[in-house]
Design a protein. Structure first.
Length: 678
């Protein structure tokens, strides 16, 4: 829904960056949370999944990139795999980059997110996306980083654009400062475990408060990275003097390393070198036009954390929502330790671990795997001797890349083993066997545990008393769109202004994509719409296919479509005749897949709660008898029931960007239209 007004409306930082990168907005429109907008991001990263995006790109008939300077390819996930099949895949991606003059970073250069920061593709005040969930990391340097799916990536390659719904924005205030030996990783583990009831699900987070000033960029990157595991779509720090100092140092580093960078146009030694993205002029412009929230900007929630009450924390096993102080964890012996991944393999992380292990040896029976976040990081810690200290202690080196974090390569957890890791995820089975246990902790705790053979804090950390983390949460409510009462019902040609039908209620919360479209069908590429219609929701309710009617408006519970990213969950519902789905809330990946395929979505917690209250939850699929007329642009849901007073619910209306996608038959059709127009 886009509410247009000429009056000044204060914006938060997320809304301001979205405004900057939105295209085709109505005149004088102020971007607000809830708006569907068309965005043209500064850059887009794809990694090993570039091969799948290439296939999608070609299938929509795209012959060339709209802007070859916008995409970045970085191979980082399966870098240990030297099979002919994988090497051929990597060679194909590199050749495709060369043919289209796209910046390419080969296996071994580093994890894509780290490269995006090191090379300035993610930059303060910009909007940069990635076909990977940990693009949130860019928020550590004051960029708005958020994930998209593969179809979006192909669309951006072809048109430079895709769509985004500006999420609710949460303010997280950090007070005081961390005690010595406590890190940003401890902060985000604490936040994930204390606020573990989906308080920030599908929101964007702005970190504020005096405590922010005490956090270096690498701690900020770690915290922003794991806002993904906390459930958020982005986590952004302010652009301040800490940020400026980081970039002034980067200018000097890039001057020294320019001759090894194949993506930088070289100049002869002695001539002035100016990096195309990280340079003094661009840094000054950031601070001249610094993106800061306006006074009076709206936030849906306000959370606080007293950094002085944070101690070394560990999450798990097998969950980021369960955590406790390391001191309180009693005698947990480990088999493997990992210092890898995009959250905690930067230079400061490796130095912290080296300080713990220097002069010691890894415990007998423990394997300790170490990988730098990038080749540049590894070169830096080799120069200082920290890499050598880790190796001399008995660590096993891995190439700069993802590896064990995503369950690829050597050193994975086996049945019955226990591992401690400085990665960002410890989901059951992610790092190896589902019969193993995985814990998450800071690099120093991981290193100390590798030395002790069990989970412990480093000796340098005072553990005499462990405070309870001091936190608060204030829910401020939903943001009302300016002028919402007067929002127009105007729609573009061929988009229906209204949809009418009976409400078909599936009351389950957290209905996952396997319930909507069973996994056993997911990789059977020859299954067509008719078969999909017969098996849709099979794992949830075997009777659904015989109950649903093409005119129905489907109502789901909360967090509808959680789970895997399979887009068949959306296309199967479409095959059953469902054109409009209303739920209390949606999984963001399901939302993207649905809208990209032309399935219209709206959120109405109030309507769902009323249905639960009056219809109950005993029926898996309930033909309610409630009739609804939905005004799609304005977001009004008019519900009528026999012998009862009518009700009107307000939901987020569907703006021009979503209307265009629907009329075109989905994102692929939308892209094809723009290719023809060009």
């Amino acid at each position: 829904m886009l509410a247009t007004t000429t009056a000044f409306q204060p914006q938060n930082m997320i809304e301001k960056i979205a405004q900057k990168y939105a295209v085709d907005l109505p005149s004088n429109h102020t971007v607000r949370s809830g708006d569907f907008v068309t965005i043209r991001p500064e850059h887009i990263l794809t990694h090993d999944n570039t091969g799948a995006v290439i296939s999608k790109f070609k299938s929509i008939g795209a012959a060339q990139f709209k802007n070859p300077r916008q995409p970045v390819f970085a191979l980082d996930h399966d870098v240990q795999n030297k099979s002919e099949k994988n090497l051929t895949k990597y060679a194909t991606i590199e050749a495709f980059a060369g043919e289209n003059k796209v910046d390419f970073y080969p296996a071994g250069r580093g994890i894509g997110h780290q490269v995006m920061v090191e090379e300035g593709y993610a930059f303060p005040g910009t909007l940069t996306v990635a076909s990977d969930s940990h693009s949130n990391m860019y928020g550590g340097i004051g960029a708005l980083g958020t994930p998209i799916v593969r179809t979006d990536a192909a669309a951006i390659w072809a048109t430079g654009q895709t769509w985004w719904q500006v999420p609710p924005v949460v303010k997280v205030e950090l007070k005081n400062k961390l005690a010595p030996g406590v890190t940003g990783k401890d902060v985000i583990i604490t936040l994930c475990s204390v606020f573990n009831k989906d308080e920030v699900l599908n929101t964007a987070i702005e970190f504020t408060g005096e405590g922010v000033k005490s956090l270096g960029i690498e701690d900020r990157l770690a915290i922003a990275n794991m806002t993904t595991e906390w459930g958020a779509l982005a986590g952004v720090f302010p652009i301040d003097e800490v940020t400026r100092a980081y970039y002034e140092k980067r200018v000097k580093v890039l001057e020294r390393t320019r001759f090894t960078n194949k993506n930088i146009k070289q100049v002869p030694a002695g001539q002035e070198f100016v990096h195309p993205r990280i340079n003094e002029e661009r840094i000054e412009k950031v601070y001249k036009d610094n993106v800061t929230p306006d006074e009076g900007a709206f936030y849906s929630k306000h959370l606080t954390l007293d950094l002085a009450t944070v101690s070394p924390y560990i999450s798990g096993p097998n969950s980021v929502k369960v955590a406790q102080s390391v001191k309180d964890l009693k005698d947990v012996k480990i088999n493997k330790a990992y210092l890898v991944s995009c959250v905690n393999s930067r230079a400061s992380d490796l130095r912290q671990a080296a300080a713990v292990v220097r002069g010691k040896k890894i415990a007998e029976g423990v394997e300790f795997y170490v990988a730098a976040a990038s080749s540049e990081v590894q070169a830096e810690v080799e120069t200082t001797g920290d890499w050598q200290a880790l190796m001399e202690a008995g660590a096993t080196p891995l190439p700069a890349g993802c590896g064990p974090c995503v369950g690829l390569g050597t050193g994975l957890l086996e049945d019955g083993e226990i591992g401690i890791s400085a990665t960002n995820r410890n989901f059951k089975g992610r790092m190896g066997s589902p019969k193993a246990l995985a814990y998450l902790a800071s690099p120093a705790v991981v290193a100390a545990s590798a030395i002790a053979g069990k989970i412990v804090s480093p000796a340098s950390v005072e553990t005499a008393s462990v405070p309870v983390p001091a936190t608060t949460l204030v829910t401020l409510g939903s943001q009302k769109q300016a002028g919402a009462d007067d929002v127009s019902d105007e729609t573009i040609p061929n988009f229906p202004p209204q949809m009418t039908g009976e409400l078909l209620f599936c009351p389950a919360d957290n209905l996952n994509t396997d319930g909507i479209y069973p996994g056993k069908y997911t990789y059977q590429d020859d299954i067509g719409p008719e078969t999909m219609r017969k098996v849709v929701m099979e794992n949830y309710d075997t009777n659904f296919a015989s109950i649903v009617r093409p005119s129905d408006i489907l109502i789901g519970g909360f967090n509808f479509g959680t789970g895997s990213s399979r887009e068949q969950a959306a296309t199967a519902l479409l095959s059953a005749g469902v054109k409009l789905l209303i739920a209390g809330s949606f999984s963001e990946t399901f939302k993207r897949n649905s809208i990209n395929n032309g399935l219209l979505l709206m959120e109405s917690p109030e309507l769902v709660r009323d249905l639960v209250k009056e219809r109950g939850t005993s029926k898996l699929t309930d033909r309610t008898g409630w009739k609804a007329t939905v005004s799609l642009a304005s977001g009004k849901v008019h519900v009528s029931r026999e012998n009862e007073e009518d009700r009107v619910y307000r939901v987020g209306g569907l703006g021009k960007s979503i209307q265009e996608l629907w009329v075109a038959g989905g994102l692929e059709g939308w892209v094809k239209e723009r290719i023809r127009q060009d």
